[in-house]
Design a protein around this ligand. Structure first.
Ligand SMILES: CC(C)(COP(=O)(O)OP(=O)(O)OC[C@H]1O[C@@H](n2cnc3c(N)ncnc32)[C@H](O)[C@@H]1OP(=O)(O)O)[C@@H](O)C(=O)NCCC(=O)NCCS
Length: 150
């Protein structure tokens, strides 16, 4: 599959929000939240296109953790029809490359404990479980993961 990674922008808000709704149920970001993330100067937003169509996207951000700037994956979404073809892996690696170019040495993220596909993706890419986040998703727990980028 020919996957192209491009910068995202606020002009894609409608289509990215539709993808977010297809990928998440109760914990989907609102349209306003996605708009905020797309326009935040500390965010890095990328889309994956397959044959010109947006198949998925990722939004990361540079956050401060104990005074140190680190990369933080805010959301990664791939449309069901394009899954299991390496799209998410391409988006993650492209984000990590940009974080490294910004001298970030770590990337952090949260994932629902039962989200097998996302957790497998992150473990495959070298993320390590740091701790359990009790009731992070309301009634279910999350894992806090991190990866050294250097
Ligand atoms: C999680 C998600 C982004 C994965 O997207 P994807 O494009 O299908 O992932 P990839 O094809 O790049 O898969 C890369 C690796 O992830 C893991 N993986 C992906 N889907 C998986 C599944 N259904 N079951 C088990 N492992 C899976 C595998 O390790 C895979 O490597 P492999 O193909 O060598 O086995 C996608 O399922 C999705 O959008 N889910 C809904 C939104 C979501 O949960 N986002 C993450 C929030 S933390």
């Amino acid at each position: 599959m020919n996957v192209q990674i491009e910068d995202a922008s606020i002009r894609l808000l409608d289509v990215l929000y539709e993808i977010e709704l297809q990928c998440f149920k109760e914990e989907a970001f609102s349209k306003q939240q996605i708009g905020y993330l797309l326009s935040d100067y500390a965010s890095i937003s990328l889309v994956a296109r397959v044959n010109g169509e947006i198949a998925g996207f990722i939004i990361g951000r540079i956050d401060l953790v104990r005074g140190q700037p680190v990369g933080h994956v805010m959301t990664i979404d791939v449309l069901p029809v394009y899954r299991k073809s390496g799209v998410a892996q391409r988006l993650m690696l492209a984000l990590e490359d940009l974080l490294k170019q910004s001298d970030m040495r770590e990337c952090h993220l949260e994932v629902r404990v039962g989200n097998v596909s996302a957790l497998s993706l992150y473990l495959k890419l070298g993320y390590k479980r740091v701790r359990v986040l009790e009731n992070y998703y309301g009634d279910s727990h999350g894992f806090y993961l991190k990866k050294n980028l250097s």
